[in-house]
Design a protein around this ligand. Sequence first.
Ligand SMILES: [Zn+2]
Length: 180
Amino acid sequence: MLCHACYAEPDAIADCTACRGTGRATRMPLCEEAWSEVVPGLWQGGHDVRSQAGTAGVVGAEFDLVVSLAVREGSGPADGVEHVVLRMADAGVDAALAARVDALAAQVVAALADGRRVLVRCSGGLNRSGLVVAAALVRQGRTPDEAIGLVRAARGPWALTNPGFVAHLRTLGPGGLALG
Ligand SMILES: [Zn+2]
């Protein structure tokens, strides 16, 4: 996991007091909010939040499309809400996963263009959901670093600290997945 203060950026890592120059972190706190709006209509969240309320993270009918990258029994969404499930690990990105993330990002962008409210969620609402949300933001025309910045602004500095996800996002262009 990348350090949440310097993200192992070469020009910041040497002076970083949070990781003492290693660029790495070993633990990640939970967010306060179950979900956060990243850009109008597009929300990112997770099942696990700091709140002890049993209903935190349970989705009703707040959204028109819910993309779940981790599945938790009893966490919604309500009947009638479109629900897309892709179980994936918070690990690296191989070609098969890259293609599935790209397809999900395209689906998210199409839903937003139709004025639908979209939630992308995983467990902590930080990395897996951040990967799909940022890929969608790049498809909308933002640069990868703009997209990563928007995700971190919404979900906090621990979002997108999976170095494999960050490296993958930086290969993307507005047309989606770079083929070949
Ligand atoms: Zn650091």
